[in-house]
Write a protein that binds this ligand. Sequence first.
Ligand code: FAD
Ligand code: DLZ
Ligand code: SF4
Length: 508
Amino acid sequence: VGRLVVVLGDQLSLELAALKAADPARDVILMAEVAAEASYVPHHKKKVAFLFAAMRHHAEALRAEGWRVHYTRYDDADNSGTLVGEMGRALATYHLSGVRICAPGEYRLKAEIAEWAAAQQVPLTMLKDDRFLCSEAEFQSWAKGRKQLRMEYFYRDMRRKTGLLMAGTEPEGGRWNYDAENRKAAQADIFMPRPLTFAPDAVTQEVLELVERHLPQNFGELHPFGFATTRAGALEALELFATQALPLFGDYQDAMLSDAPFLYHSVLAQYLNAGLLGPMEICRRVERAYYEGHAPLNAVEGYIRQIIGWREFVRGIYWLKMPGYTSENFFEASRPLPAFYWTGDTDMHCLAQAIGQTRKEAYAHHIQRLMVTGNFAMLAGVDPHAVHEWYLAVYADAYEWVEAPNVIGMSQFADGGVLGSKPYAASGNYINKMSDYCGACRYRVAQKTGEGACPFNALYWDFMVRNREKLSRNPRIGHAYRTWDRMSEGKQAEYLDSAKALLDRLWD
Ligand code: FAD
Ligand code: DLZ
Ligand code: SF4
């Protein structure tokens, strides 16, 4: 008797471990579009459309390879609405003996499937997802006994393990990290290649109509839709990035410009996280650009670090800390998320830009996520769980295993310093340095307090003062409190009064 092989919406790879272990003659593959997955947060319409269209194309690719695929469409009359419901139905329909699946990326779904199988007495084989370079067990043994978990040391081990940018046992160029050469501010007249866009084919068109019909309340704009929905398209997008944008990726990695949503970023995370591309093939392609002399070492090293360093590191932290990680709240922040996070309707130009492009593209780059939307929510004292649910909904690349450590840990410091060593709190000055936003803003970045002052300025000090007890022992923050203590009482009161006035207005 054959088995049911389940392929989840973010497991769209023909190399998946669950397929390698399966038998096309006897086993049946299940793929299912279900309401439970489409609605556990109000996912961006483009995210759902991308995933469903990519799932449908992948089902075709599997059939072309000789697999028998049972595919549940979202609007099938007998769709039970959950993945375990569809698994139960398929087991009965095909008289199969059990389920084989690669471990889901999210704790929630992994637990649900395991509980269902135990309750139904369905034999379940959950395989390690070998699309990652570092397994959960490897990360745990790396983390064990370390007082602090720091990405940089983990990253060096990943360089050694993969051999990427290695000259024997030494790092290429003699240094592990070239960030000192990165992080330039951008000017509006630099040339920027746009990421490739793809005209929807008939399969994708049908999905777009489905999303419009069934998920009209979800966040974001569905049209125009230009994501690749096949592996071939994703490979083209990788090629364009490696040849056009990569050379300046490092220089402008932290820059922000009005109406330039992508700059020199790769916009590949949605393909990588869904399985259309693999981390090593991306890194090898990028590494080749260095050895062939097309891209400098600072760009190539910086890019590879994001994938084999940060991406693997945050996944390790996720599995180390779950369950419970998404409820952490170090600062005990409890305010609701301001409504403009959903509409983009705010006079703060930096936030209007970051949220506006998020609505349009289901995309914002790292510094927008960290230093604009993330920073503001932390300074304003928003409940980190609400912030987490927003990020999980609005980005095409968002799955909890990668989103939660970035939001709860890196951006909100809600884990108290497991992932990062200090909060990424910044006043308007940082945003002004790294962007052209402030010149187009109704607020004045140089004005610290009072009507017309940049809200980040007073909120920054309010945040620091509010959390002094929790932060003052942190050696990387002490200097900020020394600055505060040197201010006159009158100045301090102006900051705190301005912040109070701003906070009183935020939730009107
Ligand atoms: P590039 O800038 O071109 O970077 C290359 C690749 O490196 C990305 O595709 C991604 O795979 C990887 N990468 C870079 N930084 C990180 C990081 N910090 N963690 C993990 N991978 C990284 N990334 C997600 O994939 N999904 C998320 O839901 C997500 N949520 C985030 C939330 C916040 C608050 C922050 C600060 C960051 C978040 N990130 C997330 C990380 C990063 O912002 C995105 O990976 C990146 O913006 C995706 O765009 P890109 O493909 O153009 O990336
Ligand atoms: C994100 C998502 C969505 C929107 N829809 C589906 C779906 O209908 N069917 C499916 O198999 N997977 C979907 N996914 C991806 C899953 O939520 C993802 O596999 C888990 O979150 C684990 O990472
Ligand atoms: Fe943002 Fe302040 Fe600059 Fe306006 S002035 S764009 S609110 S940082």
